[in-house]
Design a protein around this ligand. Structure first.
Ligand code: NFS
Length: 645
């Protein structure tokens, strides 16, 4: 295996990787080295959508071959890209659907385990959808909101309602192109249809079809998930917690929630806090029950309950190797099958809960919304019963404090106050140059690059250069572990303008905005900046940029594509799945500028990625006539040493 030092920038991760090597346990880091990769797959030039193939085209000599059906490299690459968008959209949206169904059950009184926690947000969303409020019963309003959102999945014709929230000029562009999204399910189905053998063979048309589908994700499925979760579980507000494997406790029953949908994890939080469960834990010799999270579920329960983060995507197996985890409770998405192999060697139970996602070596305790708390109690009890079976435990002592729980509503409130909530101070700070621009840093880990390293380098340099950064997903967890989600960071490393703004408002320069479906919060925040005035007419005018430095998932491609199709610039790291076709790549990276006035970019090198983002932001500042002369802060050796987590 490569030098452990080179595999991760996170000390806790390195310690656990050493332990894995010492004990002969396998993780994603080792498996990545065993996999030699495939040049065709990597370039997007392999097609296996029918049984005449698989067909593959040498990305170095694409003109020399075609698929058996005659598909050229452009069609093949575009279809593969589009299918990633369809899959990513499906994942986010199926999550949103489950939340809508739960809201309906709550409104109908079919489950009493959940309640409507944020009535103000319910009324706001209802008003947005044109639902009558008057003196109607709150459950009637909730039912109508739930049903209207659920109907957005099956809507056959007409414009998707939440997409009406987008700035007017981009909606006009969607209408002119015929890509204003309709129902979410319809867009996923149509994109899968268009990319089967012998349908859409115009790569530009395929990519624009993918835009329509991706928009149904960002302004549809993901937004439904976020909005309705806030209604059911409460809109997050800033709170303190901590992150990294050191949050596990040697003397308590450790339960890790991992996956994506908070419907389950909310109930586990409740069940674990019940006195009867605490007593049960004490009866087996534990001091209590300690909950922690991995991946987006971690973000959901962190921002609403302060549940600490055990780690991000690439740390899921390492958490088990501590020997301190009694149960890892999973639902859907980003869950390694490798977990089961490790769990079969130690006392940990992997508990699958979704009928959609079962695993070998796991115990299945199926979750149902109508008996949510009962199931959660069974899961917690199972974990407690495991505690006496523990073997040797090693928990690395790394953990960092953090503040999480930001979102559009809170930004609005903290800038303007409760009675004059407004984005004006943010826009003004951007216009007068105290804030250079706003950057969303999102996405996964990927063992193709040094774990956490790219995220930390990019985020640190962005705030050193005066950008306000918002983070979601595993990127948020990375920077939490690096101690960047703290207000004092502003004074320590940010230029005067940014730290003055941060200190005046009492925020860190890096704002934790939630999970990956919560990237829809960024859409809403950017829309609010546009509507506030002074920074142009649409996303494409804003000094703002999105990036995913260590992405790996189809969901990341769907997110990137809905931001680009909404008019935002997006920079991805690692690599890009269309490089086998010059035409498709040129369309995504250049020609989309003529359509959405922004485009995709690829820059795997963290320093160059920062340069690229800053130049994109400065270009927008110049176009807006708000250019302030500033020096690019150079990245010297002392800073480099600072970047260790
Ligand atoms: Ni996002 Fe969440 Fe993490 Fe990547 Fe996976 S957890 S939905 S896909 S790996 S950021």
């Amino acid at each position: 295996m490569a030098e452990i030092e080179e595999l991760s920038a996170c000390e806790a991760t390195r310690k656990m990787l050493q332990k894995a090597v010492d004990e002969g346990m396998e993780t994603a880091f080792q498996r990545k080295e065993q996999q030699k990769g495939c040049a065709f797959g990597e370039a997007g030039t392999c097609c296996r959508y029918c049984n005449m193939g698989p067909c593959r085209i040498n990305p170095k000599k694409p003109e020399e071959a075609k698929g058996v059906c005659g598909a050229d490299v452009d069609t093949i690459v575009a279809r593969n890209f589009a299918r990633m968008v369809a899959a990513g959209t499906a994942a986010h949206s199926d999550h949103g659907r489950a939340v809508a169904q739960t809201l309906i059950m709550v409104a109908k009184g079919e489950t009493t385990d959940y309640e409507i926690k944020d009535r103000v947000k319910l009324l706001e969303v209802a008003a947005d959808l044109g639902i009558e409020i008057g003196d109607r019963d709150i459950n009637d309003i909730a039912l109508e909101v739930g049903e209207r959102c659920l109907a957005m999945f099956g809507q056959q014709e007409g414009e998707l309602e939440f997409a009406q929230r987008a700035p007017e000029p981009i909606k006009e562009i969607w209408r002119q192109l015929g890509i204003f999204p309709r129902g979410i399910d319809r867009e996923v189905v149509e994109l899968l249809h268009r990319t089967t053998i012998g349908v859409d063979q115009d790569y530009k048309n395929i990519i624009l079809g993918a835009s329509r589908c991706a928009l149904a994700d960002g302004w549809g499925g993901s937004m439904i998930a976020t909005e309705l979760q806030d209604i059911l579980f409460g809109t997050p507000e800033p709170l303190e917690s901590s992150a990294n494997l050191g949050v596990l406790k040697e003397d308590e029953v450790n339960i890790i929630v991992h996956g994506h949908e908070p419907l389950l994890s909310e109930m586990i939080v409740l069940a674990a806090s019940l006195p009867e469960m605490q007593e049960k834990a004490k009866a087996v010799g534990a001091k209590g029950i300690n909950l922690a999270g991995i991946c987006c579920t971690a973000n959901e329960v962190l921002m609403r309950h302060g549940v600490p983060i055990a780690g991000n995507f690439l740390q899921q197996e390492l958490a088990l190797l501590t020997g301190a985890v009694e149960a890892m409770v999973v639902d859907v998405q980003c869950v390694f099958q490798g977990l089961g192999t490790i769990a079969s060697c130690i006392h940990t139970d992997i508990i699958t809960t979704s009928p959609k996602a079962k695993m070998p070596f796991a115990r299945h305790i199926e979750f149902h919304e109508d008996k949510a708390l009962e199931v959660a109690k069974e899961i917690v009890s199972t974990a407690i019963e495991n505690f006496p079976k523990r073997g040797k435990v090693y928990i690395p002592d790394n953990k960092e404090p953090l503040i999480a729980g930001f979102n559009h509503e809170y930004v609005n409130y903290m800038l303007g106050g409760r009675y004059r909530a407004s984005y004006r101070p943010l826009n003004d700070a951007i216009i007068d140059g105290r804030i250079r621009g706003v950057v969303g840093v999102v996405g996964c880990n990927n063992p193709k690059v040094k774990h956490d390293d790219v995220h930390v380098r990019v985020v640190k340099q962005l705030i050193m250069n005066g950008c306000l950064v918002v983070v979601t997903g595993c990127a948020a967890q990375t920077v939490a572990k690096a101690g960047l989600l703290l207000p004092e960071v502003a004074r320590e490393i940010c230029p005067r303008g940014l730290w003055e703004v941060c200190e005046a408002v009492g925020i860190p320069p890096v704002l934790h905005f939630g999970s990956c479906v919560d990237n829809s919060r960024i859409l809403i925040a950017l829309t609010a900046m546009v509507k506030e005035g002074g920074l142009g007419e649409a996303f494409y005018d804003l000094p703002a940029c999105g990036c995913a430095p260590e992405w790996m998932s189809e969901k990341a491609i769907a997110i990137g594509h809905y931001f680009v199709s909404s008019g935002a610039a997006v920079v991805f790291g690692v690599g890009f799945p269309t490089l086998g076709s010059k035409n498709v790549t040129n369309f995504l990276f250049e020609e989309l500028n003529d359509i959405f006035k922004n485009s995709w970019h690829l820059e795997p090198d963290p320093d160059k990625m920062v340069d690229k983002i800053l130049s994109l932001i400065d270009m927008k500042r110049e176009a807006l006539g708000i250019t302030a002369k500033r020096e690019r802060i150079l990245y010297d050796m002392a800073m480099r040493r600072e970047l260790e987590i």
